[in-house]
Design a protein around this ligand. Structure first.
Ligand code: SF4
Length: 111
């Protein structure tokens, strides 16, 4: 579904039927404040770009709303885990490298 920022995101859900105006992010969920989701977070969220770059079925994303250093605007911070290689994915846009081996120069830069 298309987010308020105008990009497709599989985690966004909006219900506008019969006067409803319900929007939610199913990655963040119903986290209580200060980590709660607001539609304006979609503008800077890295998730749609990650999904476009890496559609690996084994990669599970986890998202949190954080404010860097306590002073900047809140943003979505994403971490990824591969259920096949059972390891954290350092670069979600690239993947862990097990299903799609990385060229040696990229592997070196990630380690
Ligand atoms: S915050 Fe990110 S993951 Fe959530 S709906 Fe918006 S773009 Fe998708």
């Amino acid at each position: 579904m298309r987010t308020p920022a105008g990009v497709e995101c599989r985690y966004f859900y909006g219900d506008y039927h019969r006067g409803k105006n319900h929007e939610e992010c199913r990655l963040i969920g119903n986290t209580p404040p200060p980590g709660d989701w607001k539609p304006n977070l979609c503008k800077t969220c890295p998730v749609p770009a990650i999904i476009r770059a890496n559609a690996c079925e084994h990669m599970v994303l986890h998202g949190e709303v954080k404010r860097n250093f306590g002073i900047f605007k809140k943003q979505v911070v994403v971490s990824a885990y591969c259920t096949k290689s059972n390891q954290k994915v350092a670069e979600p846009q690239v993947g862990c490298g097990q299903c799609h081996p990385l060229p040696p120069e990229i592997s070196k830069s990630l380690s």
